[in-house]
Design a protein around this ligand. Structure first.
Ligand code: PGA
Length: 245
């Protein structure tokens, strides 16, 4: 399957900076799919800047409802309307800062699929959970609780992001990443059948040009979800070039 390198730009940059960042990655990397996820107000201008390129655009969240009295929220259809094709859901910063439960993430994922968006569903354990030996159990429970029927056949993507590795410069060992990705693949195939063998499983959390090649060489690591390093076009493209040919 074609690997995917996704950039999560979080709440960074002016409109001008986001468009320049998009222009900086628009050339892409042969053989690799790229996705960039700017903040809501930058979605449309970034999608316009990337028209005609192979770089896709995604949001970082959406609301579960199709419409209604939800001040400040953005529906999946509104995201789709900007030219975006993907949406990150269940990121740990949403789970932690906005109290998003697996049930809430499930509802959002269903809304995304109904609107024709490809969800990039994030799961991952906290440091306390890893130290307690519960990483695989936590990730399995999150997958079970937040992935709806239809996810696999619609090309849904899963990102394993250990909470303690996000923005910290720390990463699990390659063996630890391989173990979780193997567990996730097994769980998805058990539940959805052989189609889940082609579900892309991304690793996220302090991915940099220097550690990308080692991660991408692992079985069942089909790309990365990149935060900090995605804000520098050269680093983002260098990570994409680290994908084995
Ligand atoms: P990071 O963020 O690459 O800065 O660790 C990853 C993420 O939160 O998706």
């Amino acid at each position: 399957m074609r690997p995917l390198i996704a950039g999560n730009w979080k709440m960074h940059g002016s409109l001008r900076e986001s468009v320049r960042l998009a222009e900086g990655v628009r050339e892409g990397v042969p053989g690799v799919d790229l996705l960039v996820c700017p903040t809501f107000p930058h979605l449309h201008p970034v999608a316009v800047a990337l028209l005609g390129s192979r770089v896709a655009v995604g949001a970082q969240d959406c609301h579960a409802a199709a419409k209604g009295a939800h001040t400040g929220d953005v529906s999946a259809a509104m995201v789709r309307d900007t030219g975006a094709t993907h949406v990150i859901l269940g990121h740990s910063e949403r789970r932690q800062n906005h109290g998003e439960t697996d049930a809430a993430v499930l509802a959002k994922t269903e809304a995304a699929l109904a609107a024709g968006l490809v969800p990039v569903l994030c799961v991952g354990e906290t440091e306390a959970e890893r130290l307690a030996g519960r990483a695989e159990a936590v990730v399995s429970a999150q997958l079970e609780g937040s992935i709806p029927y239809g996810f696999v056949t619609s090309g849904g993507i899963v990102a394993y992001e250990p909470v303690w590795a996000i923005g910290t410069g720390r990463t699990p060992t390659e063996a630890e990443v391989a173990a979780i990705h193997g567990t996730m693949r097994h769980a998805l195939v058990e539940r959805f059948g052989p189609a889940a063998r082609t579900t892309r499983l991304l690793y996220g959390g302090s991915v940099k040009p220097g550690n990308a090649a080692g991660l991408f060489a692992l079985e069942d690591v089909d790309g990365a979800l990149v935060g900090g390093a995605s804000l520098v076009p050269e680093d983002f493209l260098a990570i994409a070039r680290a994908v084995p040919e």
